[in-house]
Design a protein. Structure first.
Ligand code: IVH
Length: 623
């Protein structure tokens, strides 16, 4: 319609969400008011100094602060006029930034129109942080590597790099989200706030997202408790944070203190320990994964990175090693983000030092000596089940936590079983006797018995777990779940044609092809038959467990009587729903157990439905 009637075209039309045509360069825009930065420190004593400074300069008994997470994303200014999105820009030098309006329009979490629950301001310039979820970041990097492109070092770089793209279509569909936290300028005739906490309360009802975890407090002990709590929860969050921000609540007090050298005196960032360290790279080795892909891995002098000892880090692929030009004995910067595999970020230059020879990928598989071939950015060993690394990799994957979760069957044990000729494929696991396990180094009567039992206990896997565990190419946990729900049984799935598979909305052509091919292959047929013979019975997904909770998002808080958090999550996911770790505008239900946390308050604030365990069980039963 917009093509036929260009007059109707409008910058905030849904067609802009998928990306406007590319531009030659990003225009410059002056911010409504300077975008300041924060004074920051890691040491508690410096935070204490800030706290004392405020108390010396504000003459009140009780001074209130607002504590917020410090999002590790990309800072933007967003402007609304009469409730409509008009412009968004990067921080730039704080005075002037780059116009990224077209890119921001593709971010679904950013409203193009404010909801007018309260009068909307005529002009609102607001600051927020655009970020990529950890999951989205990993997926994006995987795609980049597959295309032979350089992966991003962390979600922040990914967000910044993508947001400054000249082609909005390349931004559209990327896993972005945004939180808002500070007003830069507002026309105060229509709306005015006297406190930061008041402002944060208002934003969601305009449709502007805030992080659920902000908290008001007055004592230093409370600040410290929040810091410890946040540091502990850091790994569980869906996005990266790198500390907390302490802000004066009262806007009058803020004004009194003012700004010094581009940082407000009324706010302070307490940063977490760094997740990057410098160490020596000792050696580059090449690993062969279960899919045959060769990955160069850096063996490092062990170093503590934000509380975890790191002694190996991935270098992704040959191109990466070349690009970063890392060689044995170099000093390198190593980073770790959440539970993501540590990686070598860059080489630390040491002028004048004599260096070793550059690395190159082997021409033959380091495990089975087969000749390597290249596909995209990857080097691949073609030997499949004839390559011991791929065989053991497949068995390790089968037994892993996300697979059939066979306790005690880790990498070391699998390799030992393989070397002794006791296990050549996953079906052989079930023919193992306790005495076989006893032959392995490090096993005694009791531990051998336990491993034997754990293997026997894995004979009745649920269909989705089994589909993931057997390692079909392109079938991750999510796809395994979709396939299980759609087909209900292994037999049904095995019979499905490529075309039938493609007809499922969640399954793309590549996955369909790979699944159909898997069940056609003779070796796989033989292994499935052997598993059956060994007594493995895959549990079907019964019709009542079909997608009765499709598209519903649950958040859990407090402890439930009947289930662990993990089990409750699984129940929801088995019915097509989603379990998230924080309350957002997308949450449908917050399930409250014993001793709930502040997610319950958050749900109340956002008007999200709050239910107890009984109601949750009723939802699980319906259908
Ligand atoms: S307030 C005038 N609050 O941290 C105060 N900043 O310099 C302006 N950041 O680039 C900042 N989370 O982008 C504030 N909750 C939060 C924040 C936050 C992340 C970023 C901000 C800035 C950097 C520190």
């Amino acid at each position: 319609m917009e093509k036929a009637f260009p007059d109707l075209r409008n910058n905030n039309s849904p067609t802009q969400r998928v990306g406007a045509p590319p531009v030659d360069s990003l225009g410059k825009v002056k911010h409504a008011a300077p975008m300041l930065s924060l004074n920051a420190a890691r040491e508690e004593k410096d935070v204490r100094d800030f706290f004392d400074f405020i108390h010396r300069n504000i003459n009140k008994k009780k001074i209130e602060f607002v504590l917020e997470p410090k999002f590790d994303g990309f800072s933007v200014e967003v402007i609304y006029e009469n409730g409509k999105f008009v412009r968004g820009s990067t921080r730039g030098d704080g005075e002037t930034g780059e116009d990224i309006s077209k890119n921001l329009r593709t971010v679904r979490a950013l409203p193009l129109k404010l909801q007018e629950e309260k009068p909307c301001p005529k002009m609102l310039s607001i600051r927020g942080e655009v970020f990529m979820t950890k999951d989205g970041f990993q997926k994006l990097n995987k795609e980049r590597i597959e295309m032979g492109k350089e992966p991003f070092a962390n979600p922040r770089n990914a967000a910044a790099g993508t947001m400054r793209q000249l082609d909005p279509k390349k931004v559209s569909g990327k896993p972005f989200d945004i939180f808002f936290y500070e007003i830069i300028d507002i026309d105060s005739e229509s709306v005015s706030f006297s406190r930061h906490s008041e402002m944060l309360e208002q934003l969601p009802s305009w449709g502007l997202k805030t992080a659920s975890m902000h908290k008001k407090c007055a004592s230093f002990e409370d600040i410290k408790r929040y810091y410890d709590q946040l540091a502990e929860n850091r790994e569980d969050l869906e996005y990266e944070i790198d500390g907390l921000v302490i802000k004066l609540d009262d806007y009058k007090d803020r004004k009194r203190l003012g700004v010094r050298q581009r940082s407000p005196r009324w706010a302070f960032a307490w940063k977490f320990p760094p997740r990057e360290e410098v160490t020596t790279l000792e050696k580059i080795v090449v690993q062969v994964g279960r899919t045959g892909i060769l990955t160069p891995v850096a063996l490092l002098q062990p170093v503590d990175v934000g509380g975890v000892t790191v002694s190996r880090a991935t270098l992704h692929n040959e191109q990466e090693v070349k690009k970063k030009d890392v060689r044995p004995k170099d000093k390198v910067r190593v980073a770790r983000a959440g539970d993501v595999i540590p990686e070598v970020v860059e080489r630390v230059k040491e002028p004048g030092k004599k260096r070793e020879n550059p690395f190159s990928m082997p021409k033959h598989c380091p495990v089975c000596s087969s000749q390597i071939y290249k596909e995209g950015g990857y080097h691949i060993c073609p030997a499949g089940l004839f390559c011991p690394a791929q065989v053991t990799g497949g068995i390790i994957h089968y037994a892993s936590r996300g697979g059939l979760n066979i306790q005690g069957l880790g990498e070391k044990t699998v390799k030992a079983l393989y070397q002794k000729g006791l296990v050549k494929n996953i079906a052989d696991l079930y023919n193992l006797e306790k005495d076989d396990i006893l032959k392995l180094e490090g096993f005694a009567e009791k531990s051998a018995g336990q491993l034997y039992e754990a293997i026997q206990d894995s004979k009745k896997p649920r269909l989705d777990r089994f589909l993931y565990a057997i390692g079909i190419r392109h079938v991750g946990k999510r796809v395994a779940r979709d396939l299980a729900q759609e087909f209900g049984s292994l037999e049904n799935l095995r019979e499905a044609s490529e075309k039938e598979l493609q007809n499922i909305s969640e399954i793309g052509p590549e996955i369909a092809k790979s699944v159909a091919a898997f069940f056609k292959q003779e070796e796989n047929k033989a292994i499935l038959k052997a598993l059956k013979k060994a007594g493995v019975r895959v549990k079907n997904i019964t019709p009542e467990k079909k997608a009765t909770l499709k598209e519903k998002t649950f958040v859990f808080t407090g402890s439930l009587k009947g289930y662990t958090r993990e089990e409750a999550k699984e129940k929801v996911e088995m019915r097509g729903g989603r379990a998230a770790s924080s309350v957002s505008s997308k949450t449908d239900y917050v399930v409250v157990g014993k001793n709930p946390g502040n997610k319950r308050e958050e749900a109340k604030k956002r008007g999200v439905k709050i239910i107890g365990e009984d109601e949750f069980e009723r939802l699980l039963r319906q259908g």
